[in-house]
Write a protein that binds this ligand. Structure first.
Ligand code: IVH
Length: 675
C-alpha cells in the first residue's frame, strides 16, 4: 500500500477529532459523542498508523503510553523556579497579608484590590512544557529548582493534551498545575488494594505523587489521575493576557483543564467569603483541597510586589482545618459486625481532625493492621476526610516506644468467645457464633430497624444494646412482642417514649417485600439486590422456593449472592423468624412474578457467560438473553446449552469443552438471536 495525501489527511483529521473529543470529555466534562463512537475513531486511527507507521507522531492521541519503562528519572532544571506559598490560618492573618500588599503597593488601606481566588489543590505540582503547542516535557517540582523528568508519565494522563488546541499560543509555554487523584477514585483504588491484600495509599496526595514517580508508564496509565493548571512559567515567542485570571481562562481555551471553582473577588472580605463558601462545599468537591489561594490578579502589580525568599508576596494560601493529625494509639480492640466480621479498631488519644474530635479509627482488617504494623503506644497519623470513617493512615515508626508488640488476631470472639476463622481468599476474619453472638445479634437488629429496612423510629442503638444485654431481644421477631410496661422500665425511657416506640413498631408492620428482604440482613444482599429479587419473584414464597440456579437468573445476582440467599433460607432458625414475623402481623403487598417471555427465540435454553465480550458487558448480555426468553446461570453443567465466551475466558471454557457444550462468541450469540 502506498501512503497517499488523502490517507495522510484522513489521519490528521482523525487526530483533530479525537483531540477535540478528549477536550470535551476531560476538560469540559461535556462529551459530544458516545464512548463507542470515540473508540471507533481511535481504532480507525490506530489501524491507519499500523498500516503506515510513518504516520505516527509523538503527539498522536494513540501514543500516550510508551512501551518501555525508563531505567531512571532524568533531572530537569526549572528555568524559572517553582515557588511555594506562604500560609494564613485565620481571618486576622489574612487581613495582615492584605495590609502588607496594600502598603507595598502604596495603595490606600480601603482599596478594593482584585484577587484571583482558587482552591488549593492537594496533589503533586507538575510543570508541562509545550513547544509550538506540542507537549515536550513534564517535570515534578522537586526542590523548586530541580525536578525529575516525568514526561513518559504525564503523557498517560488523559486530561493533559499532547497538543494544544486552537492557535495563538507562545512558541514556548510552560504550564504549571497540580496532578491529583479524585477522591472517589482514591477510595475505590484503596478498597480494591485492600481486598487484594496489597498496599494502600495514605491519602490522595501520596497517591498522585507516587503514581507520577513510576518508571513504567503502564503503571501510571492504570492510575486514575487528573490535572488542573494554576499558573504559567516560561512564556517565550508570544504573549499572554495581563491578568492571572485571564491567563487561566486562556489555558482553558487551549484545551488545558482548569479548576471551575475560580472567582475574581474584590477586597479582603470577599476573599474570606470565598474561603467560607468553598469550605462549606469542601466535602462535596470530587477532589481533595487543603485550602484556598488568593493571588493579586494584575500581573503588573505582581511584578511590583515581587518575591521574598521562595514565595511570592502577591499570593497566599488560606488553609482549612487539617484532614490529618498526629495522635497516640491507646488500645487496639476487635469489633464484631453484623455478619461476624472481626475488625480491628484503634482507640486513640482524642484529637481534633477534619472538624470533629476523633477517638476511634478503623484499621480495616487484620492484614492491613499487619501491613501498617500499628501497635499500642504508637504515634500515628489519623486521617478523616469528608464523611469517610476516620482511619489510621500511617505509623511514625521512629517514635515507637520500647517494648511494644505486634498485634495478633484473637483466636476467639471478644464478645461471645466462639472461634474466629478466616475463609480462604477472604480479607475478613469472622466470629463463628452467628446469632448466638450478642455483637452479631445487636448489629443484625440495628440493621433490621434501620431507616431503609423496617424503619422503626425510636429503637436506637443504645436501646437495642440494653435489650440484647437483658436477653429481651434475641431475634427481630422479638421486637414485635415488646410491651409498653417492660419498655418503661428501661434507662432513659419515659411513659411517652415507650408509647411512641410501641406505635412505631406497630406502624413498621406494614412494609414492602424489598424492605423486608433487605432487613433480613443476608450477606451480600443490599438494597438494590433486594429490590431486584423482590420484583423478579413477586412474592416471598417464590423467593423461598427458588433454587440457586434460578436465583442467578435475577438481574445482578451472580453465583456468590445466589449461594448466600439459598444458604440463608435453608436455615431452619431463619425460617422460624420469618414465620413468627408474619404471625405477629408483618405484611407487605405481593405481586405476580416478573413475566418471562416463554416464546422468545431463546426460550428453554440455558446460557453461561464468561470472559470479556467485545461490546457487551456481562450484565448487558444477560439482559439481552433474558429478554428473549433464555436463562442465564453462573456455572457450567450438563444443563447448560451454550457458553458465551469472551476474551480471557478461564475454567468455564475448559469445562464446557469437556462437556461438549456449544461455545459461542458475542457474534455467535448475535447470529443465534437473528436466526
Ligand atoms: S500557585 C507562585 N495555585 O501549592 C505560586 N499553587 O505551596 C505558586 N497548589 O507546590 C503556586 N493549588 O503545588 C498555586 N491554585 C493553586 C494551587 C497551588 C495547589 C500547590 C502547588 C505548590 C504549593 C505551594
Amino acid at each position: 500500500m502506498t501512503l497517499t495525501a488523502a490517507t495522510r489527511n484522513k489521519a490528521e483529521s482523525l487526530r483533530d477529532q479525537i483531540r477535540h473529543h478528549n477536550y470535551r470529555y476531560h476538560a469540559l466534562d461535556d462529551p459530544e459523542i458516545p464512548d463507542a463512537e470515540y473508540d471507533r475513531l481511535m481504532r480507525e486511527l490506530q489501524k491507519l498508523e499500523q498500516d503506515f507507521p510513518e504516520l505516527v507522531s509523538s503527539d498522536s492521541p494513540t501514543q500516550r503510553v510508551g512501551d518501555v519503562p525508563i531505567s531512571a528519572f532524568g533531572t530537569v532544571r526549572h528555568e524559572l523556579p517553582m515557588l511555594s506559598l506562604g500560609n494564613v490560618f485565620d481571618e486576622e492573618e489574612l487581613q495582615e497579608f492584605h495590609r502588607r500588599v496594600l502598603a507595598r503597593l502604596e495603595l490606600g488601606t480601603d482599596t478594593e484590590l482584585a484577587y484571583a481566588a482558587e482552591p488549593k489543590l492537594d496533589g503533586a505540582a507538575v510543570s508541562l512544557l509545550y513547544e509550538d503547542g506540542v507537549l515536550v516535557r513534564g517535570a515534578t517540582r522537586g526542590d523548586g529548582s530541580n525536578g525529575e523528568d516525568i514526561t513518559h508519565n504525564v503523557r498517560t494522563i488523559e486530561s493533559i493534551p499532547l497538543r494544544l488546541l486552537g492557535a495563538g499560543f507562545p512558541t514556548r509555554l510552560e504550564v504549571r498545575g497540580e496532578v491529583f487523584m479524585p477522591k472517589a477514585d482514591f477510595e475505590a483504588y484503596n478498597d480494591k488494594a485492600r481486598s487484594a491484600g496489597e498496599k494502600t495509599f495514605v491519602n490522595p496526595r501520596n497517591a498522585a505523587a507516587g503514581s507520577l514517580r513510576q518508571l513504567d508508564p503502564k503503571l501510571t496509565a492504570a492510575r486514575p489521575l487528573d490535572m488542573y493548571a494554576y499558573s504559567v512559567g516560561i512564556v517565550e515567542g508570544g504573549s499572554l493576557p495581563s491578568m492571572h485570571s485571564q491567563i487561566i481562562d486562556q489555558l482553558g481555551e487551549w484545551g488545558i483543564k482548569v479548576c471551575p471553582e475560580r472567582r475574581v473577588v474584590s477586597g479582603v472580605n470577599a476573599c474570606f467569603e470565598f474561603y467560607r463558601s468553598i469550605g462549606e462545599r469542601r466535602d462535596d468537591l470530587s477532589y481533595e483541597i487543603d485550602g484556598v489561594v488568593y493571588k493579586v490578579d494584575s500581573l503588573k502589580l505582581q511584578r511590583e510586589l515581587g518575591f521574598v525568599s521562595r514565595a511570592p508576596r502577591w499570593a497566599v494560601a488560606h488553609k482549612f482545618p487539617a484532614h490529618e493529625e498526629l495522635t497516640v494509639v491507646e488500645e487496639i480492640e476487635f469489633q464484631v459486625g453484623r455478619t461476624g466480621a472481626v475488625t480491628p479498631v484503634a482507640r486513640l488519644k482524642p484529637v481534633f481532625v477534619g472538624g470533629v474530635t476523633v477517638s476511634n479509627a478503623t484499621l480495616h482488617n487484620i492484614d492491613e493492621l499487619h501491613r501498617k504494623d500499628v501497635r499500642v503506644g504508637d504515634s500515628v497519623i489519623v486521617r478523616r476526610a469528608g464523611d469517610v470513617i476516620p482511619e489510621v493512615a500511617s505509623v511514625i515508626v521512629n517514635r515507637r516506644p520500647k517494648g511494644t508488640r505486634r498485634v495478633q488476631l484473637p483466636k476467639n470472639c471478644p464478645v461471645c468467645n466462639s472461634r474466629v476463622t478466616r475463609e480462604e481468599g477472604e480479607t475478613a476474619a469472622r466470629c463463628t457464633g452467628g446469632l448466638f453472638c450478642a455483637a452479631q445479634r445487636t448489629e443484625a437488629l440495628k440493621h433490621f430497624v434501620s431507616r431503609r429496612a423496617l424503619d422503626i423510629e425510636g429503637l436506637g442503638a443504645k436501646l437495642i444494646e440494653q435489650l440484647v444485654a437483658g436477653d429481651r431481644l434475641k431475634t427481630p421477631a422479638d421486637i414485635f412482642q415488646l410491651t409498653k410496661d417492660e419498655l418503661r422500665e428501661l434507662d432513659r425511657m419515659g411513659e411517652r417514649s415507650a408509647e411512641k416506640l410501641i406505635q412505631s413498631v406497630e406502624a413498621s408492620k406494614t412494609t414492602t417485600l424489598p424492605r423486608f428482604l433487605f432487613a433480613l440482613g443476608i450477606r451480600e444482599v443490599g438494597e438494590a439486590t433486594s429490590a431486584s429479587v423482590a420484583s423478579h419473584y413477586g412474592r416471598l414464597a417464590n423467593v423461598l422456593a427458588a433454587t440457586e440456579e434460578d436465583l442467578q437468573t435475577v438481574a445482578d445476582v451472580g453465583p456468590v449472592v445466589a449461594a448466600r440467599v439459598k444458604a440463608f433460607f435453608s436455615e431452619e432458625h431463619n425460617l422460624d423468624v420469618i414465620t413468627r414475623l408474619q404471625d405477629y402481623g408483618v405484611e407487605w403487598p405481593e405481586s405476580a412474578p416478573m413475566a418471562r417471555p416463554a416464546d422468545g427465540p431463546l426460550a428453554g435454553k440455558t446460557f453461561v457467560i464468561t470472559g470479556t465480550l467485545p461490546t457487551l458487558t456481562r450484565d448487558e448480555a444477560k439482559d439481552l438473553i433474558q429478554s428473549l426468553g433464555g436463562k442465564v446461570t453462573g456455572s457450567v453443567s450438563g444443563k447448560t446449552d451454550y457458553l458465551i465466551a469472551g476474551e480471557k475466558a478461564g475454567s468455564k471454557l475448559a469445562t464446557a469443552e469437556k462437556l461438549n457444550i456449544s461455545v459461542l462468541d458475542e457474534l455467535g450469540l448475535r447470529s443465534l438471536i437473528s436466526d
